[in-house]
Structure formats: C-alpha cells, structure tokens
Write a protein that binds this ligand. Structure first.
Ligand SMILES: *Cc1c(COP(=O)(O)O)cnc(C)c1O
Length: 435
C-alpha cells in the first residue's frame, strides 16, 4: 500500500536532513529515526497536557509521552513550578542536597519493597549498577534474562538466545566481547520448565535473574503471576538475587509498581522514566542489608557526577507528590480501560484481527487474535499493518511511538474527551489498515 502524506512534514524533513550531518542516523537514540514507519521523524517543538506540536505546526494527541516518563502529561504545573524555583538557585553542586533527601524519603515511605536506594541518571545506569551489586553480593558471575525484555544498553544485557543448543547468549550489538555475552543466559518468558533446566545446570554460577515484571519494551507481554512467583522461589533455592527492572512499570501500574501489583518482593529494584518527572533520573534500591554493599558503605563501586542534582530531584519530587494523590492510579486505569475497550469492541464488530493488551495505563495494539505472552509469538509480518496504522494516525493527529513493538501510555492529562477523540481516529485508521 502506498502511504500518502496529507499533512505537511516539510520542516521536520528539512531538520532531519540537517541532523544527519551531526548525529549518526540523524538521531540521539535509534528508534527516533522512524525506520520502521513511514516518512521522516517529527521534530517536536512543544508539548502541553496530552498534546505535542511539531515544527510544521501539526498537533497530535501523544501516546508516547517521551517513552513513558510523562505520566502527568506535558508541562505539569507542579513540576514546572518546582523546577523553575530550583534552577534559579543553581543546577548542580556535586554535593548532597536537601531535595535528594526529600525525594528519597517520599519514595521509601510509600514503597514497602525498598529500604534504601541510590539515585543515578538513567534507567541503563540503574540496571548496570543493579547487576554489579548482585554480582558483588553473591560473588557469582552469570545472569539470567528473558527474550523480549529490554534493560537499557548495558553490555551484558544486549544479548539474545544463542542459536541451536547453545545455552549462552549472543550479543545483539557490535562492540560487545563474546566473553561478556557468555555470562548471560537468555530464556523465553513464561516457561518455568526451561528456567528450571538452566538453573539445575548453572545455578551455582548465577548471580541474579533479571526481568521486566511487566515486559513492555517488545510488545506488552503480561506474564502469569505464577511465573513471577516461580522466579522468586527459584532465586531463594539457588541463592541468587531477583531483580525487577521496573524502569517502565515502576510508578506506572501503581506507586509501588509491579512488585506491589503482584505482591512479590524482589531483591533489587530498578527505576527510571517516571521517577524523574521528565528529567534524567534513575534509581536502584533494595533492603538496607543489600544496599550496604554499595560504596562508600560497601565494596561495590558506583558513582555519578550529576546524580541526584537538585533540579532533577525537584522534578521527581513534584511528580511523586502528584502520583500519591488519592485515586490517581484508579482514575488513570479506568480511563485507559474505557479507551481500550472502545477500540477493541469496534475491531471485534468488524472482525479485525486486533487484540489490545492493557495493564494500568499501558496499552499495546497487537495485530493478533490471541493474548501474547512471549516474544516469539509476535508476528513480524504484522509490523506492516502497524506501519499503515501509524501513518494514518499521524494524518489524523494521533501520535504513537514509531514502532509496532512499542507500547502506548495514557497520562493523567488525557481527558475522557481526548481519549474519545483518539479512539475514533484509531477506529477510522483500522478501517484503512484492513480496508
Ligand atoms: C527504558 C528502559 C531502560 C533504559 O532506561 P534509559 O533511561 O533509556 O537508559 C531499562 N529498562 C527498562 C525496563 C526500560 O523500559
């Protein structure tokens, strides 16, 4: 199908052309290049509430929300005000500061799954540090991860299952020594049997099992609670640590994230995205005992020049305070459910092969008829349908992340009217996709 642009994207196209002189592929993070959808990436100049405006003055209802952090929408007044007040006193001192204490206290007082935490500046940094901590605490080297989970661009986690009978992983990026990838065991999600086999063989060498408890970086692969419980028990049995990578799910499906949603206590938790209220913040946390291994208290080194700078802490504090307001998560989830059900009913009535996966305020439009639980169930061919959907939605003023493997996020700034409008556009676009 030929995709014809009915909206102007000339300025974005021109800026993208220029950007290619400065950045590899014209971008500072690969998925932004729009490689799996049509046309040049949009250069966004402004956001307000649930809407973003590009350099050609097109406005879109935004379901990417900066890939998850903006659960309160663009320009939340509380965050904006606190950031402006703070920035006027200086941006960073490289010393402890009071705002860091306040954000730390606010999070720990409201999250029973953590006793201490350490702030860093990105999700990748949080995960990398959590892995080092797990290795430092257990004195073991290997890690287990799952196909379909993304944990940032950490060397030992950019690894996929090896071919054939190989147990150990193969890296998915150039520049990663084989020896690193071989410390990583990659297993399919939702398969307790293969997990058991791997642990029986290698349990003595395994420092940790890391999982996105709500895998949301390769479709939305909502796991059975029993699988997550199985991970918990196996970690006790084999004396390794369970890491929940909650960079997306943390503060998204509830203030206590997936750990709270499933009532499962992991050993280490990692955060990012929402925790910084739109500024670059990540964190990892655990029991006081496990965190006592982190420098300067313990021997696991980890540091950061801009870690917990006051401006980032201010944004995080204002965001966390808003999330703790009564019924915040109930309202957001209810809105999301209504929105998703509207589209699903429409697709069902037309016999379109669409199955929208949803948990909390995360949704994923799968071109499939069944619930999908593991990465290998996603049909690569369905991504052609997504490409048409994405294109049609841009024409109608709705912005989804530029890949069919990406989930969508509803924010508190999306009103019921906004969601109604978006649902109508999505239904109309489905008619084109299946037309
Ligand atoms: C986004 C993400 C990361 C990486 O965070 P960055 O801030 O992009 O480095 C790690 N883990 C999960 C689950 C994520 O969604």
């Amino acid at each position: 199908m030929e995709l014809i642009n009915r909206i102007k994207r000339n300025t974005s196209a021109q800026l993208f052309h220029e950007a290619k002189n400065y950045f590899p592929g014209g971008v500072n993070s690969p998925v932004r290049a729009f490689k799996s959808v049509s046309g040049p990436p949009l250069f966004i100049k402004e956001g307000q509430g649930c809407r973003i405006t590009d350099e050609d003055d097109n406005t879109y209802i935004d379901f990417c929300c900066s890939w998850g952090p903006l659960i309160l929408g663009h320009r939340h007044p509380g965050i904006e005000q606190m950031v402006i007040e703070t920035v006027k006193k200086g941006t960073s001192f490289g010393t402890p500061n009071r705002l860091g204490n306040e954000l730390g206290k606010l999070i720990l007082d409201n999250n029973p799954f953590l006793e201490k935490l350490r702030f860093v500046s990105s999700g990748t940094e949080a995960v990398m540090s959590a892995i080092r901590l797990a290795r430092g605490v257990t004195g073991k080297n290997k890690i287990i991860k799952f196909e379909g989970c993304y944990h940032g661009h950490v060397d030992s986690l950019l690894v996929k299952a090896g071919s054939g009978l190989a147990t150990f992983g193969e890296s998915t990026s150039a520049g990663i020594p084989k020896a690193f990838a071989q410390e990583t065991i990659v297993l399919p999600l939702n398969n307790p049997k293969l997990l058991d086999d791997a642990l029986q063989k290698h349990g003595d060498d395994v420092a940790c099992i890391i999982i996105e408890p709500i895998p949301a970086n390769n479709g939305l692969l909502i796991q059975e609670k029993s699988f997550l419980e199985c991970l918990r028990l196996k970690c006790y049995k084999y004396d390794c640590l369970l890491i929940f990578d909650e960079v997306i799910s943390g503060f998204r499906v509830g203030f206590t994230g997936a750990a709270g949603h499933y009532h499962i206590q992991p050993d280490i938790l990692t955060y990012g995205k929402i925790i910084g209220g739109g500024m670059p913040v990540g964190a990892y946390g655990a029991s006081a005992e496990i965190m006592s291994h982190v420098a300067p208290e313990g021997a696991v080194y980890q540091a950061g020049t801009l870690s917990a700078n006051p401006v980032a802490m201010a944004a995080g504090y204002a965001a966390m305070s808003a999330l703790l307001e009564r019924n915040f998560y109930q309202d957001l989830e209810a809105k999301t459910k209504t929105f998703v059900q509207k589209i699903q009913s429409y697709c069902d009535s037309k016999n379109y092969a669409v199955s929208i996966h949803q948990i909390g305020s995360i949704f994923w439009i799968a071109f499939a008829t069944e619930r999908i639980l593991s990465a290998d169930q996603i049909s690569p061919a369905s991504m052609e349908l997504f490409k048409v959907l994405h294109h049609e939605l841009l024409q109608r003023g709705v912005y989804l992340g530029p890949s069919g493997y990406e989930v969508g996020f509803v924010s508190a700034a999306h009103t019921e009217a906004d969601l109604d409008e978006a649902a109508q556009h999505i239904c109309a676009s489905m008619d084109v996709v299946f037309g």
